[in-house]
Design a protein around this ligand. Structure first.
Ligand code: PLP
Ligand code: LYS
Length: 436
């Protein structure tokens, strides 16, 4: 049986409840899938990050990585839990602005920020994480044009390989993000920044990757960064802020065994204290940017089962009313998930099937070879741990509408993103006069 997350429970009639809401009903009321979001679990994870830092390292800030799941309501929840936000684009920043999110708690990333994105960031007073030499000049120019200063961090690659899928590993030298330490590249960049009139150098940032279980990569990177910070100090450049990025893994299948948020944070703090004290460095303000470990397990996608195609001697395909449009991760990374027949939670999972999406694409497979409880047409399939990088990576491939996001809590259900309609998909289409 798949691991139940957060507030998941089984009702007497065998239906899956999340936040006290019968998700079988939710799925059956909709022609397309629904992303269900467990508010209690989401808040619990945010609080665990914030409280552990408050207890063991008060000079700190947790920025939720909004690329995992960004909506106006998410900004409100993040704000009410006392976290900041990490944005990587004008669109994410615009969402935070429109939600009235406090801009002094926003950091802005991106390896190729546009002039407008940088302007928007500086005008709104967010902290910018500078990624490359080109950007140093752009930021300098824009601060002068606007006559407004900006606080910055520089993204530095520690040069290690995190133990994760190579598509989501970002701390090695051959990565498009940030400056390498080798050949004094990062040092040169920082020296350039320090010289700029309206740019305030605050510190450095690293992010080694995502869905990480083994903390050795963090330990090694913190050691490398501490050496680098020491070198900078010898040249009178003080790193006041140190951002460790995100990356803690979550449970997708029973094979995944991540450590708790508390243990993860405590380890990071232990490594930083140890390596800084060893080098007689003053402890910096510490920051992290978790995305997946906050929202991943809080999300469940509920689908209806439609056609069932048995290929004799090969496999049985169970087709659902969604697929790669609402969850690209299996096709993109070969990601695995756990799922259940949400209207028959009490039975045994004994039939080996493959769950296919409805896109016109052979690779549109959401779950390959999974044991489910005798799936039938009309059943409801709940795929777990879809809170992170599902809605935010969704597409309109085959002109399928992007599903809505429903927040559930204490028996209450509310849309925080309405399901798209066919009209929504057409919104930006234009037929030029000459084609009419
Ligand atoms: C710079 C940066 N910070 C934070 C994150 C969030 O990572 P995760 O969702 O694995 O916590 C990412 C994504 O990998 C990232 O690129
Ligand atoms: N989108 C990726 C994570 C990328 C994180 C952003 N740097 C995933 O679904 O696993």
């Amino acid at each position: 049986m798949a691991v139940l997350h957060g507030t998941m429970k089984v009702k007497d009639n065998g239906h899956l409840l999340i936040g006290g809401v019968d998700v079988v009903e939710v799925a059956r009321e909709s022609e397309f899938p629904v992303y269900v979001l467990d508010e209690e679990l989401l808040r619990k994870n945010m609080r665990e990050y914030r409280k552990t830092f408050e207890k063991y390292y008060p000079n700190s800030m947790v920025h939720y990585a909004s690329k995992a799941l960004m909506t106006l309501a998410m900004c409100k929840i993040v704000e009410s839990e006392g976290l900041g936000i990490d944005v990587v684009s004008g669109g994410e920043l615009y969402t935070a602005i429109k939600a009235g999110f406090p801009m002094d708690k926003v950091v802005m990333h991106g390896n190729n920020k546009s002039v407008n994105e940088i302007k928007m960031g500086i005008e709104n007073g967010v902290k910018i994480v500078i990624d490359n030499f080109y950007e140093i000049e752009l930021v300098d120019k824009i601060t002068k044009e606007l006559n407004k200063s900006v606080d910055v961090l520089l993204r530095i690659k520690p040069g290690i390989h995190a133990d994760t899928h190579h598509y989501v590993s970002t701390g090695h030298e051959d990565s498009k993000f940030g400056f390498i330490i080798k050949e004094d590249t990062a040092k040169k960049a920082i020296k350039q920044v320090v010289e700029k009139e309206l740019i305030n150098f605050k510190g450095i940032h690293m992010h080694i990757g995502s869905q990480i279980f083994n903390v050795t990569g963090y330990e090694k990177s913190i050691e490398i960064m501490a050496d680098f910070i020491k070198e900078l100090k010898e040249e009178n450049i003080i790193v006041k802020e140190f951002d460790l990025g995100g990356g803690l893994g979550v449970i997708y299948t029973q094979e995944d065994d991540p450590m708790s948020i508390t243990d993860f944070v405590k380890l990071l703090i232990e490594y930083v204290k140890r390596e800084f004290e060893k080098r007689e460095l003053e402890l910096p303000k510490l920051m992290v940017e978790p995305g997946r470990s906050i929202v991943g397990e809080a999300g469940t996608t509920v689908y209806q089962v439609g056609s069932i195609t048995e290929v004799p001697g090969i496999r049985k395909y169970i087709a659902i009313n969604g697929g790669m449009g609402d969850n690209i991760r299996p096709a993109l990374y070969g990601s695995k998930y756990d799922a259940v027949i949400a209207n028959r939670m009490n039975g045994k999972e004994e039939e080996l099937v493959t769950v296919a999406g409805k896109c016109c694409e052979t690779g549109d497979i959401i779950l390959k070879d999974i044991k489910l409880n005798e799936p039938k047409s009309g059943d409801v399939l709940a795929v777990f741990t879809t809170g992170a990088y599902n809605y935010t990576m969704a597409s309109n491939y085959n002109r399928l509408p992007i599903p809505g996001v429903m927040l559930v809590n204490n028996g209450q259900k509310e849309w925080i993103v309405k399901p798209q309609s066919y009209e929504d998909i057409l919104r930006n289409d234009i037929i030029p006069e000459r084609l009419k």
